[in-house]
Design a protein around this ligand. Structure first.
Ligand SMILES: Cc1ncc(COP(=O)(O)O)c(C=O)c1O
Length: 485
């Protein structure tokens, strides 16, 4: 009996092994080639292990490379120029305390989607605060900024069926159950979550050249010729481009949108809390510079960056927000952000309202860092997207490059985004530069394909309000040294 049982167990183990091998080989068909190709192209991704809270200095876990202790793990202090927590609010003592109290009061999760049981007082308060902060009628929050883009764009740009007898935008009464397509015009450097939202909507998409208003008008003309009848048009753009740090030309976009009956949507993920003298974002930035500018029709943002929490949002007219509550699938079919997180985001947003000097300190730090880089001979994006000029080093640009610099200066105005890219080009060289900087105690990630185009790999430095001038000078000189060698 015992023998029989042992054999059966052995068989079972052998069979399980065989099944495992078979399923591994099926799985490998899905995974292996992709991972191998990524390794060969230097685009394979791994994660750093950070063992302290997000702040301007953090400790990372590293393994000793050489000597008797080779392979042993240890923690090392590094200067962080890689955070989206631009105002350093993730780790602000009074805000952490308030967040801890919110957990004690509201618990750890929301328990449901917003439309079932997940709508608690902090969600309502956060949306009111967001609408007030952005000077809009209403707001809706999502669990992440990614979900906000995917849900909002797919809701706006998917096919619409209208009731017979209703009027279209031109005042014409619809005969039957009329349908309308949407055409989307999207900047070529828009964030992945915008691209995924467009894909999900199944709308026809025209991609225009980065920040090129002439090309946008060309695309609108092309679409007009291709689509007759009742089509809706949506222009969508990042407000600050996440890998280049440059700004969308909001005043021109508004003129073009108005002239062509397009709805205009901007993604203020990297401009909320960063641009404008009180951190209200892109429109405030242009108005501060004396260029009158309204809000876009649809303004999206995230609480995961300068606000230092989690969650996405959209602000705009009440009818837009009601529409999204009824149509955006990532809002309807997903558990809401935890009420404690909503309360924390609300507290952090109020902190920004009460402390515009924190926003202004960030802007001063960005200027200081860009000037330090330029003095050290490294090209920055301070006067527009200098990656267009091809080379990373200012000293190599020569006369033609410098005159381009002057040109873009007048077009883009002085830049204040907290993202400073140093374009290197080659993927392996960018990885190497980032690794050398890490050895020097400075964490600046290498950004590669598919986040940026092939051959456009770069170091992406992001600045915080709490970096000291000593930190920034050290980093600028280290970058210049690494690029020289
Ligand atoms: C421009 C832009 N939009 C949206 C998102 C997504 O925001 P979240 O991280 O909150 O999902 C990001 C984040 O990286 C972003 O850079």
């Amino acid at each position: 009996m015992d023998l029989l049982r042992t054999e059966t167990l052995a068989d079972l183990t052998e069979n399980a092994k065989k099944r495992n091998e078979a399923s591994m080989s099926v799985l490998n068909d899905f995974t292996d080639d992709f991972l191998q190709a990524a390794k060969e192209a230097h685009t394979y991704r791994t994660m750093r292990h950070i063992c302290t809270p997000e702040a301007s200095h953090v400790e990372i876990i590293e393994a000793a490379q050489t000597g008797a202790t080779s392979g042993t793990k240890f923690a090392r202090d590094v200067l962080l120029l890689a955070s989206n927590s631009y105002l350093d609010l993730c780790n602000e003592p009074e805000l952490k305390q308030a967040a801890a109290e919110a957990v004690l009061k509201w618990g750890t999760g929301s328990g449901g989607a917003r439309l079932t049981t997940g709508n608690k007082t902090p969600h309502e308060e956060l949306e009111n605060t967001l609408a007030h902060f952005k000077g809009e009628e209403a707001a809706i929050t999502f669990a992440t900024g990614y979900m906000a883009n995917v849900g909002t764009i797919s809701a706006l740009a998917s096919k619409q069926v209208y009731k017979a007898g209703s009027k279209n935008a031109a005042g014409v009464i619809r005969a039957d159950d009329e349908q309308s397509e949407c055409i989307v015009f999207s900047d070529e450097l828009n964030h992945a979550s915008i691209i995924d939202g467009i894909r999900l909507s199944k709308a026809k998409c025209y991609v225009y050249k980065h920040n090129d208003m002439v090309d946008l008008q060309r695309a609108i003309g092309e679409a007009r010729a291709a689509f007759t009848g009742d089509v809706r048009k949506l222009i969508v753009t990042d407000a600050v481009f996440s890998m280049d740090g440059d700004l969308a030309n909001l005043p021109e976009l508004q003129k073009i949108a108005k002239a062509n009956n397009c709805l205009l949507m901007i993604d203020e993920a990297h401009s909320t809390g960063v641009l404008g003298k009180t951190g209200r974002g892109l429109a405030e930035h242009f108005n501060d510079k004396g260029i009158p500018c309204d809000h876009a029709d649809v303004t999206l943002g995230t609480m995961s960056k300068a606000i230092g929490c989690e969650g996405g949002f959209v602000v705009g007219k009440k009818s837009l927000i009601e529409f999204l509550k009824n149509k955006a699938r990532s809002f309807i079919f997903s558990t809401s952000m935890s009420p404690a997180m909503a309360q924390a985001a609300c507290n952090n947003l109020k902190f920004i309202e009460q402390h515009p000097e924190r926003v202004q300190q960030l802007q001063k730090n960005v200027m200081f860092f860009c000037e330090a880089l330029e003095k050290a001979g490294v090209c920055t994006n301070r006067f527009g997207r200098l990656s267009d000029l091809g080379e990373a080093r200012l000293s190599d640009l020569g006369e033609a490059g410098l005159s381009d610099l002057e040109k873009s200066k007048s077009v883009y105005l002085e830049q204040h985004s907290a993202i400073v890219p140093i374009v290197i080009g080659d993927e392996a060289a960018a990885l190497n530069a980032s690794a050398k900087l890490q050895e020097m105690g400075i964490l600046i990630p290498a950004i590669r394909y598919p986040t940026v185009a092939k051959g456009q790999a770069r170091l992406r430095a992001s600045i915080m309000a709490t970096h000291t001038h000593k930190d920034l000078l050290l980093a600028a000189n280290a970058i210049a040294d690494v690029l020289k060698n």
